[in-house]
Design a protein. Structure first.
Length: 117
């Protein structure tokens, strides 16, 4: 099982980034997918979630209206489009897969996002 994030980097405040998470080794389409983030000295927090058939999405209040989660089950990939980035968005962003009925969960290795001028 692998979850491989990409797309992180350094961006100026107000800029945009698109994170991708490529999944392999499990039936991606049956999993709820989420993005979490962890800033230095802080606990990991949930950023956004999307259900298996993209019927529902949910966001942390701090990113609503700025971030969009989406998925392509044909490509086994989940995305996080991040717009109007703020320094407070600086963190390591992690991809997370969960199949609740089987208590199966997987984490990616994380990708660094730094918002700074």
């Amino acid at each position: 099982v692998q979850l491989v994030e990409s797309g992180g980097g350094l961006v100026q405040p107000g800029g945009s980034l698109r994170l991708s998470c490529a999944a392999s080794g499990f039936t991606f389409s049956r999993y709820v997918m989420s993005w979490y983030r962890q800033a230095p000295g802080k606990e990991r927090e949930l950023v956004a979630t999307i259900t298996s058939a993209s019927l529902m999405t949910d966001y942390a209040d701090s990113v609503k209206g700025r971030f969009t989660i989406s998925r392509d089950n044909a490509k086994n990939t989940v995305y996080l489009q991040m717009n109007s980035l703020k320094p407070a968005d600086t963190a390591v962003y992690y991809c997370y897969a969960e199949r609740r009925s089987y208590s199966l969960t997987y984490w990616g290795q994380g990708t660094q996002v730094t918002v700074s001028s």
